[in-house]
Design a protein around this ligand. Structure first.
Ligand code: MLT
Length: 408
């Protein structure tokens, strides 16, 4: 008799985005003529920039010749990409990262979901509330939690409420925690953590011998020069933090799949016997066992995002989506809706009008405006009363969505 992993049975409903897609599909089937504008899942709409596409096309061509053909990629990613990452993302900020500490992968969703495998099941995990669901669900699946309560909070997890009162910046835990997921710029709230915020977290983690799992997938959207792009801009972070990065939302790779994770050599966890163990060693072991690398043409494309032409195109893509976000903020604010985020992030976090609950407002937008958002409650109990809109669409569609919401 094949027994299932009972931890999966603790999970609430479906994964948020497929659940929204299911509701939208049902609505579309019932209303075949409806012109639905999708501002739900943060999926990019702009084509891959020509210089990046050309690099991929050249790489595909290399694959057609025995002399330049590539088989299995190196397990951590090609050196040309890991070197480009260090030179493009870290060196200019004076941040010390060695190419050997970079693990190229198929995206930061996978990495931020898989990383918990190298940690013991008895760790206490702290999460922000609201939170990107992957951090939470992957720990539920692994068995690090008890059951969920009516609000969807799992026993055994430490929740760090991010509210308008604290600027959606996670407060330091007031109870014991060993592993903490942080995300800045934040998905879903669009808030960013300042240098002082990150300093406080690094100091806390050092004192607690805890590990910070820092998701910086949206760092390209930071417009405020005072906001750190990497947690390693903070002294001492190399001993306590793992960082996740992605090519999805900056270079438009949501469909191509490429990201990377930095695990510094100094970073350590502890064995049951209390001995220090290199987390780099464990992640390398995990990566080499369960992952066979990102396609060579895709890694060539990712590397091309750091050429001067590629980097300029990436900046343009980000500016395009940030302009959408600016328009959305302005229009929604003019309608009297309280809006957060959308300045250093592609997400806007709206307070639902007239204290509606998140799913009711989601349904109202879908049924009456044919606009898809993401209900804040889907990101956690503290997201109740909020709705997330993504700026990933074409300006005409954004303007049309704003017109429709204004008419409600
Ligand atoms: C989101 O909408 O939150 C993101 O698209 C999800 C993801 O990047 O996995």
């Amino acid at each position: 008799m094949a027994r299932v992993n009972d931890n999966y049975l603790k999970l609430k409903a479906g994964y948020l985005f497929p659940e929204i897609a299911r509701r939208v599909r049902a609505f579309a089937e019932a209303n075949p003529g409806a012109d639905i504008i999708r501002l739900g899942i943060g999926d990019v709409v702009k084509a891959i920039p020509p210089s990046i596409a050309a690099a991929m096309a050249a790489a595909v061509n290399e694959m057609t010749d025995d002399a330049t053909f590539q088989g299995y990629p190196p397990e951590q990613g090609y050196a040309f990409l890991r070197q480009a990452i260090v030179a493009g993302d870290f060196a200019p900020r004076g941040v010390e990262v060695d190419p050997d500490e970079v693990f190229v992968s198929d995206g930061s969703k996978c990495d931020s979901g898989n990383i918990q495998e190298i940690f013991g099941l008895d760790n206490v995990v702290a999460l922000t509330d609201p939170v990107y669901p992957v951090y939470c669900d992957s720990n539920v699946m692994a068995g690090r939690t008890g059951a969920a309560d009516e609000q969807g909070r799992y026993a055994g997890l430490v929740y760090l409420p991010c509210t308008a009162a604290n600027g959606f910046v996670p407060p330091l835990p007031t109870q014991h925690a060993d592993i903490v997921y942080l995300c800045s710029p934040n998905n879903p709230t669009g808030a960013v953590m300042s240098r002082d915020d990150l300093r406080a977290w690094v100091a806390w983690a050092r004192a607690a011998k805890a590990v910070l799992l820092f998701d910086a997938a949206y760092e390209g959207y930071i417009t405020d020069p005072a906001i750190p792009h990497s947690i390693y801009e903070i002294d001492g972070a190399r001993e306590v933090a793992i960082e996740f990065r992605s090519f999805s939302k900056n270079a438009g790779f949501t469909g191509l799949r490429c990201g990377y994770t930095v695990v510094p050599r100094q970073l350590q966890g502890y064995s049951a016997g209390g001995e220090a163990v290199s987390l780099h060693r464990l992640w390398l072991r995990r990566h080499a066992t369960k992952f066979n690398g990102v396609a060579y043409p895709v890694q060539r494309g990712a590397a091309a995002a750091y050429s001067s032409e590629g980097a300029a195109a990436v900046r343009q893509l980000i500016a395009f989506y940030l302009e959408n976000a600016r328009v959305m903020r302005e229009r929604l604010s003019a309608m009297g809706i309280t809006v957060y985020g959308g300045v250093n992030a592609p997400y806007l976090w709206l307070r639902t009008p007239a204290n509606q609950d998140s799913w009711s407002f989601f349904d109202l937008l879908l049924q009456r405006a044919h606009v898809v958002g993401t209900p804040g409650a889907g990101f956690g109990a503290a997201g109740e009363g909020f709705l997330r809109l993504s700026a990933f669409n074409h300006p005409g569609r954004i303007a049309e969505a704003m017109d429709r919401i204004a008419r409600l």
